[in-house]
Design a protein around this ligand. Structure first.
Ligand code: GLU
Length: 388
């Protein structure tokens, strides 16, 4: 006789995990995959992942690593070759000088962020997060015992960050500021003067900045400015291979910053997952060493898609600001339904298009569409929304 475990007894779950809200980006993406598996013709604009294949030279490096038997544990913080490639990239592309010891490699940017929040926060510590924000920041902060504090930015301002609003949100409990530029889900790119002002604010008030730069290469007609240029002692950079090199499934993220923090993060990772996949690390080493052609190709394609989807959504009366970076748009869906959760349901059930509701991003009345998909799919999505 088979029985389902958990029907007669189930363990008490921790209070902390009971407060944890599952990721809505992951939930919608999984739902769309499930519907597709059932044979339903769903067009997914949910997943925040490039539709391109991982570049061939990266795949070749991974195969070579397997053939050479590079399949064992590595250093917790990552193989020296990868950390050297990251340090060289920071010098070459960002004008930043870090030793490879100041780099720690994790299983995706998510693990690096998780390690950082656990290394930095005590119960009750407040973390300022410009909103709309990526759904996982406030959850990770709360899980680590901190208190997320949203600092709103507005669609009519192109989600520009007002540094005075950030300053006004500081209390004696504030410890961290999270910056994410180019941003998920807004696509906003903070100009250099904003980034510099946040750096000065952090220095003045003794705060630390977690700067998520995962979308730095997906940027249109603008320059990426890392806050680490202005306040290196006050900044942890988070980045990774997923978005720039179309490597979401390989799970390689990294963090770069002050050595005591990096050592603490290594200790946390050493007691949880140890190293990121050895094969993925060799692949990422090749990706980070040289992928200029791929990055240029991807950026050009993303820009075409952005222009098409922004024009198409606005033409349908679903007001959508033009983002300067990343591959997301936030469309106003109040014409479909005042409540974005209901609008998301209608769009999925009736138009068979999967989008992420703005709720967990703190973007009420809006839904997020990822346009990291073909132009042809974008046309089909616009057509279905027009019919709806
Ligand atoms: N960061 C991507 C997104 O927002 C991937 C999914 C996730 O990790 O949340 O869709």
């Amino acid at each position: 006789m088979t029985s389902q475990p958990g029907t007669t007894f189930s363990p008490r779950l921790s209070e902390q995990v009971q407060r944890l809200r599952p990721s809505s980006t992951i939930a919608v993406t999984s739902r769309a995959l499930e519907m597709q598996r059932m044979g339903i013709d769903v067009l997914s604009m949910a997943a925040g992942e490039p539709d391109f294949d991982t570049p061939a030279h990266v795949v070749a490096a991974a195969k070579a690593a397997i053939d050479a038997g590079k399949t064992r544990y590595t250093q917790v913080q990552g193989i020296p070759e990868l950390r050297e490639a990251i340090a060289a990239k920071l010098e070459r592309e960002n004008g930043l000088s870090y030793s490879p010891d100041a780099v720690t490699v994790g299983n995706g940017g998510k693990q690096s962020l998780f390690n950082a929040f656990f290394a930095l926060l005590d119960p009750g510590d407040e973390v300022l997060i410009p909103a709309p924000y990526w759904v996982s920041y406030p959850e990770m902060v709360s899980f680590a015992g901190g208190v997320p504090v949203a600092v709103p930015t507005l669609p009519q301002d192109g989600y520009r960050l007002d540094v005075e609003a950030l300053r006004a949100a500081i209390t004696p409990r504030t410890r961290l500021i999270v910056l994410n530029s180019p941003g998920n889900p807004t696509g906003a790119v903070f100009p250099e003067e904003t980034v510099r002002a946040v750096a000065e604010l952090a220095q003045e008030r003794g705060l630390f900045i977690v700067s998520d730069e995962m979308y730095e290469h997906i940027i249109y007609d603008r320059e990426h400015a890392s806050v680490a240029r202005f306040a290196p002692d006050h900044t942890l950079i988070i980045n990774g291979a997923s978005k720039a090199y179309a490597m979401t499934g390989w799970r390689i993220g990294y963090a770069v910053g002050p050595l005591p923090l990096i050592r603490a993060m290594n200790a946390i990772q050493g007691q949880s997952t140890s190293n990121a996949s050895s094969v993925s690390q060799w692949a990422a080493t090749a990706a980070i060493a040289d992928s200029r052609e791929f990055i240029e190709m991807a950026r050009g394609r993303f820009q075409q898609r952005r222009d098409r989807i922004v024009a198409g959504l606005n033409a349908l009366g679903l007001s959508t600001p033009t983002p300067d970076g990343a591959f997301y748009v936030l469309a106003d869906t109040t014409r479909i339904h005042a409540d974005e959760l209901e609008a998301t349901r209608i769009i999925l059930d009736e138009a068979k298009v999967a989008v992420v509701p703005g709720t967990d991003f703190l973007a009420p009345g809006r839904v997020r569409l990822s346009y990291a998909t073909s132009l042809e799919q974008i046309e089909r999505v616009l057509e279905r929304l027009r019919e709806l």
